[in-house]
Design a protein around this ligand. Structure first.
Ligand SMILES: NC(=O)c1ccc[n+]([C@@H]2O[C@H](COP(=O)([O-])OP(=O)(O)OC[C@H]3O[C@@H](n4cnc5c(N)ncnc54)[C@H](OP(=O)(O)O)[C@@H]3O)[C@@H](O)[C@H]2O)c1
Length: 273
């Protein structure tokens, strides 16, 4: 059965590679969105009427409503929503600029929230759907100079986990993608940088832009394969060796610590009568 995939931020990076892959699948209607739709001409060679290219800035509520309506008018459903669009910001906790941080929250958190809320009524009616939220290994583990980026991605984690519980009975699944460094535009043009004093803390991510270990083409293949062939999607999917190793190390250590602290923690309860 043909599924309609709706993706945000398909001009470059993960969004572009996923759109390019889906454009070649017989069982997909593709809604590729971008702030500048003229950047989506790479899809033209695959278009035989199953591709819709729409202008969408996810911080613009009107554009969100319009894009969802146009999709439903043309394809009649939205089966998979990919909240991919996102930006970064390198700077220490003390030096980061409030306006820049607030805008990043508007994109990474509120854009994803508004997009999801716009699509959920359709998925509820369909009694089916998949919501793919791009978090990051930075939604599970924190580095220096990325505190506010982590703030956005930890927010995506919490929102997604709660949402998954609220919509599971409607056969709507949530898949959180947690990549480590991938060769996209994220660490380059998509991330502002503010360092004045604390340059010792510059993270490897910034200097490694363009040399990251992760391949976004492989990420796209994994995501398509999971959604198409795995009826019970995982809630969390770290992508890349560094992401999966970091997640395993963090949670193994944290589990050991929680166990060690168990009796102390439990001693805070009111004693049972
Ligand atoms: N690459 C990595 O190492 C990495 C690791 C972990 C997580 N991620 C996450 O992966 C997701 C995709 O990023 P990427 O790595 O593919 O980077 P990318 O190549 O820079 O792509 C980011 C995409 O988001 C779009 N975008 C930015 N602001 C937008 C807005 N207000 N409305 C609509 N679209 C907007 C960009 O569009 P424009 O062309 O208009 O700017 C671009 O298409 C992000 O959520 C990012 O946080 C990336």
């Amino acid at each position: 059965m043909t599924k309609t995939w709706f993706i945000t931020g398909t001009s470059t990076g993960f969004g572009k590679e996923l759109a390019r892959l889906l454009a070649q699948k017989d069982d997909v209607n593709l809604v590729a969105t971008a702030r500048k739709p003229e950047q989506l001409s790479y899809l033209d060679e695959f278009d035989h009427g199953q591709i819709l290219k729409l202008k969408l800035d996810i911080t613009n509520q009107e554009e969100i409503q319009k894009a969802v309506k146009t999709t439903l008018d043309i394809f009649g459903s939205i089966d998979v929503l990919v909240n991919n669009a996102g930006i970064g910001y390198f700077g220490t906790f003390e030096e980061s600029k409030r306006e820049t941080v607030q805008y990043m929250f508007d994109v990474n958190v509120w854009g994803l929230v508004d997009m999801t809320r716009a699509v959920l009524p359709t998925m509820r009616k369909q009694n089916e759907g998949v919501i793919i939220n791009f978090s990051s290994i930075g939604g599970l583990y924190s580095f220096s100079t990325l505190s506010f980026y982590h703030g956005t991605k930890y927010a995506v984690e919490g929102l997604s986990e709660s949402l998954a519980k609220e919509v599971a009975h409607k056969n709507i699944q949530v898949l959180i993608i947690e990549p480590s460094g991938f060769r996209t535009d994220w660490a380059g043009r998509s991330s502002d940088k503010d360092y004045q004093q604390f340059t010792d803390f510059i993270t490897p991510n910034e200097n490694d832009a363009g040399h990251e270990a992760g391949d976004p083409i492989k990420a796209a293949e994994i995501i398509y394969d999971q959604v198409t062939n795995n009826p019970q999607l995982p809630l969390h999917l770290p992508l890349g060796t560094f992401a999966t190793d970091t997640a395993i190390n963090k949670y193994s250590k944290q589990l050991a610590e929680f166990k060690e602290l168990h009796d102390l923690s439990a001693s805070a309860d009111v004693p049972e009568n």
